[in-house]
Design a protein around this ligand. Structure first.
Ligand SMILES: *Cc1c(COP(=O)(O)O)cnc(C)c1O
Length: 607
Protein backbone atom coordinates (compact mmCIF):
# COMPACT_ATOMS: atom_id res chain seq x y z
CA UNK A 1 0.00 0.00 0.00
CA UNK A 2 1.22 3.46 -0.81
CA UNK A 3 0.23 5.78 1.93
CA UNK A 4 1.53 9.26 1.42
CA UNK A 5 1.78 12.48 3.35
CA UNK A 6 -1.47 14.36 3.31
CA UNK A 7 0.25 17.71 3.55
CA UNK A 8 -2.15 20.43 2.51
CA UNK A 9 -1.66 23.88 1.12
CA UNK A 10 -1.46 25.56 4.48
CA UNK A 11 1.30 23.31 5.62
CA UNK A 12 4.67 24.97 5.52
CA UNK A 13 7.32 22.68 4.18
CA UNK A 14 10.78 22.72 5.63
CA UNK A 15 13.33 24.72 3.75
CA UNK A 16 15.23 21.58 2.99
CA UNK A 17 13.89 20.53 -0.40
CA UNK A 18 16.08 17.48 -0.53
CA UNK A 19 13.70 15.64 1.76
CA UNK A 20 11.21 15.68 -1.08
CA UNK A 21 13.49 15.52 -4.04
CA UNK A 22 15.78 12.66 -3.10
CA UNK A 23 13.61 10.12 -4.85
CA UNK A 24 12.21 12.03 -7.79
CA UNK A 25 12.01 10.40 -11.19
CA UNK A 26 11.80 12.02 -14.59
CA UNK A 27 8.47 11.62 -16.34
CA UNK A 28 9.43 13.60 -19.40
CA UNK A 29 11.85 16.38 -20.27
CA UNK A 30 10.13 18.81 -17.92
CA UNK A 31 8.43 16.82 -15.24
CA UNK A 32 9.68 15.07 -12.16
CA UNK A 33 7.55 13.23 -9.63
CA UNK A 34 7.79 11.05 -6.55
CA UNK A 35 8.11 7.43 -7.76
CA UNK A 36 4.88 6.34 -6.08
CA UNK A 37 2.99 9.16 -7.79
CA UNK A 38 4.72 8.56 -11.13
CA UNK A 39 3.87 4.87 -11.02
CA UNK A 40 0.22 5.49 -10.19
CA UNK A 41 0.01 8.14 -12.90
CA UNK A 42 1.47 5.71 -15.39
CA UNK A 43 -1.18 3.11 -14.48
CA UNK A 44 -3.95 5.67 -14.60
CA UNK A 45 -3.04 7.03 -18.03
CA UNK A 46 -2.44 3.55 -19.46
CA UNK A 47 -5.78 2.35 -18.09
CA UNK A 48 -7.53 5.21 -19.86
CA UNK A 49 -5.51 4.77 -23.08
CA UNK A 50 -4.15 8.30 -22.96
CA UNK A 51 -0.41 7.80 -23.44
CA UNK A 52 -0.12 9.92 -26.53
CA UNK A 53 -2.66 12.51 -25.48
CA UNK A 54 -1.98 13.47 -21.89
CA UNK A 55 0.72 16.03 -21.38
CA UNK A 56 2.35 16.72 -18.02
CA UNK A 57 2.31 20.43 -17.69
CA UNK A 58 3.83 20.43 -14.27
CA UNK A 59 4.96 18.01 -11.61
CA UNK A 60 7.49 18.72 -8.93
CA UNK A 61 8.55 22.35 -8.64
CA UNK A 62 11.50 23.70 -6.72
CA UNK A 63 11.04 26.88 -4.73
CA UNK A 64 12.98 28.72 -7.43
CA UNK A 65 10.65 27.49 -10.15
CA UNK A 66 7.65 28.52 -8.08
CA UNK A 67 9.15 31.95 -7.56
CA UNK A 68 9.72 32.29 -11.31
CA UNK A 69 6.16 31.29 -12.14
CA UNK A 70 4.85 33.82 -9.65
CA UNK A 71 7.03 36.64 -10.98
CA UNK A 72 6.20 35.84 -14.60
CA UNK A 73 2.49 35.71 -13.88
CA UNK A 74 2.63 38.98 -11.91
CA UNK A 75 4.33 40.65 -14.86
CA UNK A 76 1.99 39.23 -17.45
CA UNK A 77 -1.35 39.32 -15.66
CA UNK A 78 -0.92 41.55 -12.68
CA UNK A 79 -0.60 40.99 -8.97
CA UNK A 80 -4.22 40.11 -8.20
CA UNK A 81 -4.44 37.42 -10.82
CA UNK A 82 -1.09 35.90 -9.90
CA UNK A 83 -1.90 35.64 -6.21
CA UNK A 84 -5.31 34.18 -6.93
CA UNK A 85 -4.08 31.44 -9.25
CA UNK A 86 -0.49 30.73 -8.32
CA UNK A 87 0.53 29.18 -5.02
CA UNK A 88 3.05 31.08 -2.92
CA UNK A 89 6.56 29.74 -2.69
CA UNK A 90 6.65 26.95 -0.07
CA UNK A 91 2.87 26.63 -0.15
CA UNK A 92 2.56 24.76 -3.42
CA UNK A 93 1.55 21.12 -3.49
CA UNK A 94 3.98 20.74 -6.35
CA UNK A 95 6.89 20.98 -3.94
CA UNK A 96 6.05 17.49 -2.72
CA UNK A 97 6.28 15.79 -6.10
CA UNK A 98 2.81 14.37 -5.50
CA UNK A 99 0.78 16.96 -7.38
CA UNK A 100 0.38 17.14 -11.13
CA UNK A 101 -1.05 19.53 -13.66
CA UNK A 102 -2.31 17.69 -16.70
CA UNK A 103 -3.10 18.90 -20.17
CA UNK A 104 -4.34 17.34 -23.38
CA UNK A 105 -1.89 17.33 -26.25
CA UNK A 106 -2.79 19.81 -28.94
CA UNK A 107 -5.05 21.92 -26.71
CA UNK A 108 -4.20 25.42 -25.61
CA UNK A 109 -1.64 25.27 -22.86
CA UNK A 110 -1.35 28.24 -20.60
CA UNK A 111 1.49 28.26 -18.09
CA UNK A 112 -0.91 28.03 -15.18
CA UNK A 113 -4.20 26.99 -16.77
CA UNK A 114 -3.65 24.01 -19.03
CA UNK A 115 -6.75 22.81 -20.76
CA UNK A 116 -7.58 19.39 -19.38
CA UNK A 117 -10.97 18.73 -20.92
CA UNK A 118 -12.63 16.46 -23.46
CA UNK A 119 -13.57 12.77 -23.43
CA UNK A 120 -10.19 11.53 -22.22
CA UNK A 121 -10.11 14.01 -19.36
CA UNK A 122 -13.65 12.93 -18.38
CA UNK A 123 -12.66 9.28 -18.48
CA UNK A 124 -9.63 9.93 -16.34
CA UNK A 125 -11.61 12.00 -13.85
CA UNK A 126 -14.11 9.19 -13.41
CA UNK A 127 -11.56 6.63 -12.29
CA UNK A 128 -8.90 8.83 -10.68
CA UNK A 129 -9.63 7.49 -7.20
CA UNK A 130 -8.96 3.88 -8.26
CA UNK A 131 -5.37 4.93 -8.89
CA UNK A 132 -4.96 6.95 -5.71
CA UNK A 133 -5.56 10.41 -7.22
CA UNK A 134 -7.98 13.10 -6.16
CA UNK A 135 -9.27 15.97 -8.23
CA UNK A 136 -7.92 18.64 -5.96
CA UNK A 137 -9.86 21.89 -6.51
CA UNK A 138 -13.43 21.41 -7.69
CA UNK A 139 -15.42 24.59 -8.22
CA UNK A 140 -18.01 23.91 -5.54
CA UNK A 141 -15.27 23.54 -2.92
CA UNK A 142 -13.63 26.87 -3.57
CA UNK A 143 -14.66 28.18 -0.19
CA UNK A 144 -12.94 25.37 1.65
CA UNK A 145 -9.74 25.23 -0.39
CA UNK A 146 -9.45 28.98 -0.94
CA UNK A 147 -8.42 28.25 -4.51
CA UNK A 148 -10.50 28.60 -7.64
CA UNK A 149 -11.43 25.59 -9.69
CA UNK A 150 -8.43 23.90 -11.28
CA UNK A 151 -9.71 21.07 -13.50
CA UNK A 152 -6.14 20.18 -14.48
CA UNK A 153 -4.71 19.73 -11.00
CA UNK A 154 -4.59 16.31 -9.36
CA UNK A 155 -3.01 15.16 -6.20
CA UNK A 156 -1.76 11.68 -5.35
CA UNK A 157 -2.92 10.57 -1.90
CA UNK A 158 -2.86 6.79 -2.36
CA UNK A 159 -5.36 4.10 -1.47
CA UNK A 160 -7.73 3.94 0.27
CA UNK A 161 -7.67 7.71 0.86
CA UNK A 162 -8.58 8.70 -2.69
CA UNK A 163 -11.55 6.34 -2.68
CA UNK A 164 -12.87 7.59 0.64
CA UNK A 165 -12.49 11.19 -0.49
CA UNK A 166 -14.30 10.40 -3.76
CA UNK A 167 -17.08 8.47 -1.96
CA UNK A 168 -17.84 11.53 0.18
CA UNK A 169 -17.13 14.21 -2.41
CA UNK A 170 -14.61 15.78 -0.08
CA UNK A 171 -11.49 17.80 -0.60
CA UNK A 172 -8.29 17.00 1.25
CA UNK A 173 -8.99 19.47 4.06
CA UNK A 174 -12.39 17.93 4.79
CA UNK A 175 -10.91 14.45 4.79
CA UNK A 176 -8.17 15.52 7.18
CA UNK A 177 -10.74 17.06 9.52
CA UNK A 178 -12.81 13.87 9.33
CA UNK A 179 -9.89 11.60 10.14
CA UNK A 180 -8.91 13.53 13.22
CA UNK A 181 -12.00 12.19 15.01
CA UNK A 182 -10.72 8.60 14.88
CA UNK A 183 -8.32 7.10 17.38
CA UNK A 184 -6.66 3.74 17.78
CA UNK A 185 -9.32 2.82 20.31
CA UNK A 186 -12.05 3.70 17.84
CA UNK A 187 -10.67 3.49 14.30
CA UNK A 188 -12.50 4.27 11.07
CA UNK A 189 -13.32 1.11 9.13
CA UNK A 190 -13.46 1.19 5.36
CA UNK A 191 -14.21 -1.55 2.83
CA UNK A 192 -13.14 -0.75 -0.73
CA UNK A 193 -14.72 -3.90 -2.15
CA UNK A 194 -11.40 -5.78 -2.29
CA UNK A 195 -9.97 -5.19 1.13
CA UNK A 196 -10.97 -3.82 4.50
CA UNK A 197 -8.97 -1.01 6.04
CA UNK A 198 -8.63 0.56 9.46
CA UNK A 199 -7.62 4.23 9.80
CA UNK A 200 -6.84 6.31 12.87
CA UNK A 201 -4.88 9.33 14.02
CA UNK A 202 -2.67 10.12 16.97
CA UNK A 203 -0.95 13.32 18.09
CA UNK A 204 2.54 13.41 16.58
CA UNK A 205 4.17 13.81 19.98
CA UNK A 206 2.81 10.46 21.18
CA UNK A 207 3.73 8.57 18.07
CA UNK A 208 6.23 5.79 17.95
CA UNK A 209 6.51 4.19 14.56
CA UNK A 210 5.12 0.68 14.78
CA UNK A 211 8.11 -1.46 13.94
CA UNK A 212 6.93 -5.02 14.45
CA UNK A 213 3.67 -4.56 12.57
CA UNK A 214 4.55 -4.02 8.93
CA UNK A 215 0.94 -3.97 7.79
CA UNK A 216 0.50 -0.59 9.48
CA UNK A 217 1.69 2.47 7.61
CA UNK A 218 2.00 5.85 9.16
CA UNK A 219 2.24 9.28 7.63
CA UNK A 220 1.94 12.84 8.75
CA UNK A 221 -1.56 14.25 8.44
CA UNK A 222 -0.64 17.82 9.37
CA UNK A 223 1.70 19.69 11.72
CA UNK A 224 0.48 17.93 14.84
CA UNK A 225 -1.17 14.68 13.80
CA UNK A 226 0.02 11.33 12.61
CA UNK A 227 -2.21 9.14 10.44
CA UNK A 228 -2.18 5.35 10.54
CA UNK A 229 -3.57 3.00 7.92
CA UNK A 230 -3.83 -0.73 8.36
CA UNK A 231 -4.98 -3.19 5.73
CA UNK A 232 -7.06 -5.86 7.46
CA UNK A 233 -6.95 -8.20 4.47
CA UNK A 234 -3.83 -9.30 2.62
CA UNK A 235 -2.89 -7.71 -0.69
CA UNK A 236 -4.67 -9.59 -3.47
CA UNK A 237 -2.20 -11.57 -5.64
CA UNK A 238 -2.09 -9.80 -8.98
CA UNK A 239 -2.22 -11.84 -12.17
CA UNK A 240 1.00 -13.54 -13.20
CA UNK A 241 2.64 -13.17 -9.82
CA UNK A 242 2.02 -16.61 -8.41
CA UNK A 243 5.21 -18.53 -9.17
CA UNK A 244 8.11 -16.64 -10.76
CA UNK A 245 7.91 -13.46 -12.78
CA UNK A 246 9.81 -10.49 -14.16
CA UNK A 247 8.64 -6.98 -13.32
CA UNK A 248 9.45 -4.15 -15.69
CA UNK A 249 9.64 -0.74 -14.11
CA UNK A 250 8.08 1.49 -16.75
CA UNK A 251 8.98 4.58 -14.79
CA UNK A 252 12.64 3.57 -14.74
CA UNK A 253 12.58 2.83 -18.47
CA UNK A 254 11.04 6.19 -19.26
CA UNK A 255 13.49 7.84 -16.88
CA UNK A 256 16.44 6.17 -18.65
CA UNK A 257 15.13 7.28 -22.04
CA UNK A 258 14.86 10.84 -20.82
CA UNK A 259 18.30 10.80 -19.22
CA UNK A 260 19.91 9.37 -22.37
CA UNK A 261 18.08 11.80 -24.64
CA UNK A 262 19.24 14.70 -22.51
CA UNK A 263 22.82 13.46 -22.70
CA UNK A 264 22.73 13.13 -26.48
CA UNK A 265 23.15 15.94 -28.97
CA UNK A 266 19.78 17.33 -30.10
CA UNK A 267 19.93 15.85 -33.60
CA UNK A 268 20.90 12.37 -32.40
CA UNK A 269 18.35 9.62 -32.01
CA UNK A 270 18.19 6.43 -30.02
CA UNK A 271 18.26 3.10 -31.80
CA UNK A 272 16.89 0.73 -29.17
CA UNK A 273 18.65 -2.63 -29.36
CA UNK A 274 16.06 -5.24 -28.41
CA UNK A 275 17.71 -8.51 -29.40
CA UNK A 276 17.46 -11.58 -27.15
CA UNK A 277 13.89 -10.83 -26.14
CA UNK A 278 14.92 -7.27 -25.26
CA UNK A 279 17.77 -8.51 -23.07
CA UNK A 280 15.30 -10.80 -21.31
CA UNK A 281 12.87 -7.98 -20.52
CA UNK A 282 10.26 -9.22 -22.99
CA UNK A 283 10.32 -7.94 -26.57
CA UNK A 284 6.66 -7.10 -26.87
CA UNK A 285 6.10 -4.98 -23.77
CA UNK A 286 9.45 -3.25 -24.23
CA UNK A 287 8.94 -2.43 -27.92
CA UNK A 288 5.42 -1.27 -27.17
CA UNK A 289 6.52 0.96 -24.32
CA UNK A 290 9.42 2.48 -26.25
CA UNK A 291 7.28 3.07 -29.34
CA UNK A 292 4.80 4.99 -27.21
CA UNK A 293 7.70 7.06 -25.93
CA UNK A 294 8.59 8.05 -29.47
CA UNK A 295 11.51 5.71 -30.19
CA UNK A 296 11.70 5.38 -33.99
CA UNK A 297 14.70 3.11 -34.55
CA UNK A 298 15.11 -0.43 -33.34
CA UNK A 299 17.75 -3.11 -33.83
CA UNK A 300 17.29 -6.86 -33.38
CA UNK A 301 19.06 -10.10 -34.30
CA UNK A 302 16.37 -12.01 -36.19
CA UNK A 303 13.52 -11.52 -38.64
CA UNK A 304 11.17 -13.07 -36.08
CA UNK A 305 12.07 -10.38 -33.54
CA UNK A 306 11.64 -7.72 -36.22
CA UNK A 307 8.14 -9.04 -36.99
CA UNK A 308 7.07 -8.57 -33.39
CA UNK A 309 8.19 -4.95 -33.47
CA UNK A 310 6.64 -4.30 -36.89
CA UNK A 311 3.25 -5.51 -35.61
CA UNK A 312 3.50 -2.96 -32.81
CA UNK A 313 5.07 -0.13 -34.73
CA UNK A 314 4.19 0.15 -38.43
CA UNK A 315 6.58 3.01 -39.20
CA UNK A 316 9.74 2.47 -37.16
CA UNK A 317 13.03 1.58 -38.76
CA UNK A 318 13.98 -1.96 -37.71
CA UNK A 319 17.55 -3.00 -38.40
CA UNK A 320 18.60 -6.64 -38.31
CA UNK A 321 22.14 -6.78 -36.99
CA UNK A 322 23.07 -10.29 -38.17
CA UNK A 323 23.06 -12.50 -41.25
CA UNK A 324 19.83 -12.91 -43.23
CA UNK A 325 19.78 -15.43 -46.09
CA UNK A 326 18.79 -13.93 -49.46
CA UNK A 327 15.91 -16.44 -49.64
CA UNK A 328 14.03 -14.22 -47.21
CA UNK A 329 14.26 -11.09 -49.35
CA UNK A 330 10.54 -11.01 -50.17
CA UNK A 331 9.59 -11.02 -46.50
CA UNK A 332 12.19 -8.43 -45.59
CA UNK A 333 11.00 -6.15 -48.37
CA UNK A 334 7.32 -6.59 -47.48
CA UNK A 335 7.94 -5.82 -43.79
CA UNK A 336 10.16 -2.86 -44.75
CA UNK A 337 13.01 -4.10 -42.55
CA UNK A 338 16.57 -2.89 -42.85
CA UNK A 339 19.27 -5.49 -43.28
CA UNK A 340 22.91 -5.54 -42.38
CA UNK A 341 24.91 -6.41 -45.48
CA UNK A 342 27.09 -9.12 -44.02
CA UNK A 343 29.13 -9.86 -47.19
CA UNK A 344 29.34 -8.72 -50.80
CA UNK A 345 28.09 -12.16 -51.93
CA UNK A 346 24.99 -11.83 -49.78
CA UNK A 347 24.42 -8.28 -51.02
CA UNK A 348 24.62 -9.39 -54.69
CA UNK A 349 22.23 -12.28 -54.09
CA UNK A 350 19.79 -9.95 -52.37
CA UNK A 351 20.07 -7.51 -55.25
CA UNK A 352 19.38 -10.25 -57.78
CA UNK A 353 16.07 -11.13 -56.14
CA UNK A 354 14.74 -7.85 -57.52
CA UNK A 355 13.05 -6.84 -54.28
CA UNK A 356 13.81 -3.38 -52.98
CA UNK A 357 15.76 -3.87 -49.77
CA UNK A 358 16.75 -1.25 -47.21
CA UNK A 359 20.15 -1.87 -45.72
CA UNK A 360 22.91 -0.53 -43.53
CA UNK A 361 26.51 -1.21 -44.45
CA UNK A 362 28.76 -2.42 -41.64
CA UNK A 363 32.42 -1.44 -41.69
CA UNK A 364 35.08 -3.54 -39.99
CA UNK A 365 37.12 -1.02 -38.05
CA UNK A 366 38.94 -3.62 -35.97
CA UNK A 367 36.50 -6.03 -34.35
CA UNK A 368 36.82 -8.43 -37.30
CA UNK A 369 33.23 -9.57 -37.04
CA UNK A 370 31.10 -8.16 -39.84
CA UNK A 371 31.71 -5.73 -42.69
CA UNK A 372 34.31 -4.78 -45.24
CA UNK A 373 37.67 -3.63 -43.92
CA UNK A 374 37.76 0.11 -43.38
CA UNK A 375 40.99 0.32 -45.39
CA UNK A 376 39.47 -1.22 -48.53
CA UNK A 377 37.44 1.66 -49.88
CA UNK A 378 36.99 0.09 -53.31
CA UNK A 379 35.40 -2.97 -51.72
CA UNK A 380 33.07 -0.69 -49.77
CA UNK A 381 32.06 1.43 -52.74
CA UNK A 382 30.96 -1.65 -54.75
CA UNK A 383 27.85 -2.05 -52.58
CA UNK A 384 26.46 1.30 -53.65
CA UNK A 385 26.11 0.27 -57.28
CA UNK A 386 23.69 -2.59 -56.49
CA UNK A 387 20.49 -1.04 -57.80
CA UNK A 388 17.89 -2.81 -55.64
CA UNK A 389 19.62 -2.05 -52.38
CA UNK A 390 18.84 1.25 -50.67
CA UNK A 391 21.76 1.74 -48.31
CA UNK A 392 20.53 4.20 -45.69
CA UNK A 393 23.12 3.76 -42.97
CA UNK A 394 26.79 3.15 -42.30
CA UNK A 395 27.91 1.60 -39.07
CA UNK A 396 30.62 -0.15 -37.12
CA UNK A 397 30.98 -1.66 -33.66
CA UNK A 398 33.49 -0.81 -30.95
CA UNK A 399 34.95 -3.94 -29.45
CA UNK A 400 36.30 -2.61 -26.17
CA UNK A 401 34.51 0.65 -25.52
CA UNK A 402 33.85 -0.51 -21.94
CA UNK A 403 37.57 -0.77 -21.16
CA UNK A 404 39.10 2.41 -19.81
CA UNK A 405 42.76 1.27 -19.87
CA UNK A 406 44.99 3.53 -21.96
CA UNK A 407 45.72 0.78 -24.48
CA UNK A 408 42.03 -0.05 -24.98
CA UNK A 409 41.21 3.63 -25.34
CA UNK A 410 43.85 3.91 -28.06
CA UNK A 411 42.31 0.92 -29.90
CA UNK A 412 38.87 2.47 -29.68
CA UNK A 413 40.15 5.83 -30.86
CA UNK A 414 41.72 4.10 -33.87
CA UNK A 415 38.37 2.43 -34.63
CA UNK A 416 36.63 5.78 -34.41
CA UNK A 417 39.14 7.41 -36.75
CA UNK A 418 38.82 4.59 -39.30
CA UNK A 419 35.04 4.80 -39.23
CA UNK A 420 34.83 8.53 -39.86
CA UNK A 421 37.55 8.29 -42.46
CA UNK A 422 35.34 5.88 -44.44
CA UNK A 423 32.28 8.10 -44.02
CA UNK A 424 34.20 11.15 -45.24
CA UNK A 425 35.81 9.28 -48.13
CA UNK A 426 32.39 8.09 -49.33
CA UNK A 427 31.09 11.65 -49.24
CA UNK A 428 34.12 12.78 -51.25
CA UNK A 429 33.18 10.27 -53.92
CA UNK A 430 29.68 11.67 -54.02
CA UNK A 431 28.11 8.81 -52.06
CA UNK A 432 25.71 9.64 -49.23
CA UNK A 433 26.51 7.15 -46.45
CA UNK A 434 23.17 7.83 -44.76
CA UNK A 435 22.86 7.67 -40.99
CA UNK A 436 26.08 7.02 -39.14
CA UNK A 437 26.18 4.91 -36.00
CA UNK A 438 29.09 3.51 -34.09
CA UNK A 439 28.34 3.53 -30.37
CA UNK A 440 26.57 1.01 -28.19
CA UNK A 441 25.90 1.89 -24.55
CA UNK A 442 29.52 2.02 -23.42
CA UNK A 443 30.56 3.61 -26.69
CA UNK A 444 28.27 6.49 -25.85
CA UNK A 445 29.08 6.64 -22.14
CA UNK A 446 32.82 6.75 -22.82
CA UNK A 447 32.91 8.58 -26.18
CA UNK A 448 29.82 10.81 -26.10
CA UNK A 449 31.25 13.47 -28.38
CA UNK A 450 31.18 11.49 -31.65
CA UNK A 451 29.23 13.00 -34.55
CA UNK A 452 26.88 10.06 -35.14
CA UNK A 453 23.20 10.21 -36.06
CA UNK A 454 22.07 7.18 -34.08
CA UNK A 455 23.25 5.57 -30.86
CA UNK A 456 22.55 1.85 -30.48
CA UNK A 457 21.54 1.64 -26.83
CA UNK A 458 20.98 -1.79 -25.28
CA UNK A 459 22.06 -2.29 -21.71
CA UNK A 460 22.01 1.42 -20.82
CA UNK A 461 18.30 1.63 -21.66
CA UNK A 462 17.76 -1.19 -19.22
CA UNK A 463 19.72 0.67 -16.58
CA UNK A 464 22.40 -1.94 -15.86
CA UNK A 465 25.64 -0.14 -16.59
CA UNK A 466 28.76 -1.05 -14.61
CA UNK A 467 29.97 2.25 -13.10
CA UNK A 468 33.60 1.13 -13.18
CA UNK A 469 33.38 0.68 -16.95
CA UNK A 470 31.93 4.06 -17.83
CA UNK A 471 33.33 7.56 -17.69
CA UNK A 472 30.03 9.39 -17.93
CA UNK A 473 27.96 9.05 -14.78
CA UNK A 474 24.33 9.03 -15.74
CA UNK A 475 21.51 8.29 -13.32
CA UNK A 476 20.31 5.13 -15.07
CA UNK A 477 17.94 2.83 -13.19
CA UNK A 478 17.45 -0.93 -13.53
CA UNK A 479 14.24 -1.77 -15.34
CA UNK A 480 13.90 -5.51 -14.68
CA UNK A 481 13.50 -7.28 -11.38
CA UNK A 482 13.01 -11.01 -10.84
CA UNK A 483 10.59 -12.31 -8.25
CA UNK A 484 9.42 -15.65 -6.93
CA UNK A 485 7.56 -17.10 -3.94
CA UNK A 486 8.31 -19.47 -1.10
CA UNK A 487 6.73 -22.82 -1.95
CA UNK A 488 7.61 -24.72 1.23
CA UNK A 489 9.60 -24.52 4.45
CA UNK A 490 11.57 -27.33 6.02
CA UNK A 491 13.49 -27.71 9.29
CA UNK A 492 16.80 -29.53 9.04
CA UNK A 493 19.05 -30.84 11.78
CA UNK A 494 22.75 -30.27 11.71
CA UNK A 495 24.34 -32.71 9.24
CA UNK A 496 21.20 -33.40 7.21
CA UNK A 497 21.56 -32.96 3.44
CA UNK A 498 19.16 -31.29 1.04
CA UNK A 499 18.50 -31.40 -2.70
CA UNK A 500 20.11 -33.48 -5.46
CA UNK A 501 23.16 -35.45 -4.34
CA UNK A 502 22.82 -33.75 -0.99
CA UNK A 503 25.21 -31.22 -2.42
CA UNK A 504 24.60 -29.14 0.70
CA UNK A 505 24.50 -30.29 4.30
CA UNK A 506 23.13 -28.20 7.15
CA UNK A 507 26.08 -26.84 9.17
CA UNK A 508 23.73 -26.43 12.16
CA UNK A 509 20.04 -26.83 12.93
CA UNK A 510 18.30 -24.54 10.46
CA UNK A 511 15.26 -23.87 8.29
CA UNK A 512 15.39 -23.92 4.53
CA UNK A 513 12.92 -22.44 2.07
CA UNK A 514 12.04 -23.97 -1.28
CA UNK A 515 11.58 -21.28 -3.94
CA UNK A 516 9.47 -21.70 -7.08
CA UNK A 517 12.20 -20.74 -9.52
CA UNK A 518 14.94 -22.83 -11.08
CA UNK A 519 17.53 -23.05 -13.82
CA UNK A 520 14.92 -23.46 -16.52
CA UNK A 521 13.69 -19.98 -15.63
CA UNK A 522 17.14 -18.75 -16.60
CA UNK A 523 19.13 -18.70 -13.37
CA UNK A 524 22.52 -20.33 -13.76
CA UNK A 525 22.53 -23.77 -12.16
CA UNK A 526 25.98 -23.00 -10.84
CA UNK A 527 24.83 -19.87 -9.01
CA UNK A 528 23.99 -21.67 -5.76
CA UNK A 529 27.63 -22.76 -5.57
CA UNK A 530 28.90 -19.27 -6.34
CA UNK A 531 27.53 -17.34 -3.40
CA UNK A 532 24.44 -15.92 -5.11
CA UNK A 533 21.86 -14.65 -2.63
CA UNK A 534 18.18 -13.68 -2.71
CA UNK A 535 16.15 -11.21 -0.66
CA UNK A 536 13.59 -12.42 1.86
CA UNK A 537 12.00 -9.88 4.21
CA UNK A 538 14.54 -7.40 2.89
CA UNK A 539 17.45 -9.58 4.03
CA UNK A 540 20.05 -11.46 2.04
CA UNK A 541 19.91 -15.25 2.23
CA UNK A 542 22.15 -17.65 0.28
CA UNK A 543 21.05 -20.12 -2.36
CA UNK A 544 22.24 -23.58 -1.31
CA UNK A 545 22.67 -27.06 -2.75
CA UNK A 546 22.13 -28.01 -6.37
CA UNK A 547 19.58 -25.86 -8.10
CA UNK A 548 16.68 -27.83 -9.61
CA UNK A 549 14.98 -27.23 -12.95
CA UNK A 550 11.97 -25.40 -11.48
CA UNK A 551 12.93 -24.92 -7.86
CA UNK A 552 15.83 -23.98 -5.66
CA UNK A 553 16.76 -23.95 -1.98
CA UNK A 554 17.64 -21.15 0.39
CA UNK A 555 19.09 -21.34 3.89
CA UNK A 556 16.88 -19.12 6.04
CA UNK A 557 18.86 -19.54 9.25
CA UNK A 558 16.70 -17.96 11.94
CA UNK A 559 14.84 -15.62 9.60
CA UNK A 560 11.13 -16.16 10.04
CA UNK A 561 9.29 -16.58 6.74
CA UNK A 562 5.98 -17.96 5.56
CA UNK A 563 4.82 -20.02 2.62
CA UNK A 564 3.62 -17.82 -0.23
CA UNK A 565 5.81 -14.87 0.66
CA UNK A 566 7.53 -12.97 -2.13
CA UNK A 567 11.26 -13.38 -2.67
CA UNK A 568 13.37 -11.03 -4.79
CA UNK A 569 16.03 -12.71 -6.89
CA UNK A 570 17.17 -9.56 -8.70
CA UNK A 571 15.88 -6.20 -7.53
CA UNK A 572 15.09 -4.23 -4.40
CA UNK A 573 13.32 -5.34 -1.24
CA UNK A 574 13.18 -3.02 1.73
CA UNK A 575 16.54 -1.32 1.99
CA UNK A 576 18.51 -4.17 0.38
CA UNK A 577 19.08 -4.77 -3.28
CA UNK A 578 20.67 -7.40 -5.50
CA UNK A 579 21.64 -6.09 -8.90
CA UNK A 580 21.98 -8.02 -12.14
CA UNK A 581 25.59 -6.84 -12.06
CA UNK A 582 26.17 -8.56 -8.70
CA UNK A 583 24.70 -11.83 -9.99
CA UNK A 584 26.69 -11.56 -13.23
CA UNK A 585 29.97 -10.95 -11.42
CA UNK A 586 29.42 -13.82 -8.97
CA UNK A 587 28.60 -16.23 -11.77
CA UNK A 588 31.52 -15.09 -13.90
CA UNK A 589 29.62 -13.43 -16.73
CA UNK A 590 28.32 -10.06 -17.90
CA UNK A 591 24.94 -8.46 -17.25
CA UNK A 592 23.53 -8.90 -20.78
CA UNK A 593 24.02 -12.68 -20.46
CA UNK A 594 22.44 -12.80 -17.00
CA UNK A 595 19.39 -10.89 -18.22
CA UNK A 596 19.02 -12.48 -21.65
CA UNK A 597 18.93 -15.93 -20.00
CA UNK A 598 15.63 -15.10 -18.27
CA UNK A 599 13.11 -17.38 -19.92
CA UNK A 600 9.91 -16.53 -21.66
CA UNK A 601 7.80 -18.67 -19.35
CA UNK A 602 8.11 -16.08 -16.62
CA UNK A 603 5.38 -13.46 -17.17
CA UNK A 604 6.70 -9.95 -17.89
CA UNK A 605 4.68 -7.49 -15.86
CA UNK A 606 4.93 -3.78 -16.56
CA UNK A 607 4.56 -1.88 -13.29
C1 LIG B 1 24.06 -5.72 -28.93
C2 LIG B 1 24.59 -4.63 -29.75
C3 LIG B 1 24.52 -3.30 -29.31
C4 LIG B 1 24.01 -2.90 -27.96
O1 LIG B 1 25.04 -3.03 -27.01
P1 LIG B 1 24.89 -2.50 -25.52
O2 LIG B 1 26.25 -2.56 -24.97
O3 LIG B 1 23.94 -3.41 -24.82
O4 LIG B 1 24.36 -1.11 -25.62
C5 LIG B 1 24.97 -2.31 -30.16
N1 LIG B 1 25.45 -2.60 -31.38
C6 LIG B 1 25.55 -3.87 -31.84
C7 LIG B 1 26.10 -4.12 -33.19
C8 LIG B 1 25.13 -4.92 -31.04
O5 LIG B 1 25.25 -6.17 -31.47
Amino acid sequence: MNCVRLVNREHRLEADESRWTRELVWIDENTQLQPVCARALNDWITHCGGEAEVTFVSGWRSYDQQRTIMTETENERGWDYAHQFVAEVRASEHHTGLAIDLGIAGKDQDLICPDFSGPLADRMRECADQFGFIFRYPKHKTEITGISEEPWHYRYVGLPHAQIIADHDWVLEEYAAFLKAYTQARPYLYDDGQRRWQLWTQPLAETFPPTENTSVESSQLDESTCLFVKALDPDPIPEGRDRAWVELDGIALRHNLTVLRKAMAPHQEIMAVLKANAYGHGLEPTADFLSRQGVRHFAVATIEEAKVIRAINPTAEILILGYVPPQRAAEVSRLRLSLTLTSYDQACQLDQTGFTINAHLPIDTGMHRLGEAAEDLDAIVRYYSLSHLRITGLYSHLYEADNLDAEAVAHTQAQIDRFFHVADALKQRGIDPGRLHLQGSYGFLNYPELRCDLVRFGIALFGCVAPFRSRMELDLRPVASVHTRIAALRSLRKGEGAGYNHAWTAPCDTTIAILSIGYSDGLFRSSSFQGVEVLIHGQRRPLIGAMCMDQCLVDLGTLPAAIGEEVVVIGVQGSESISALEVAEKTGTIVPETLSMLRGRMPRILV
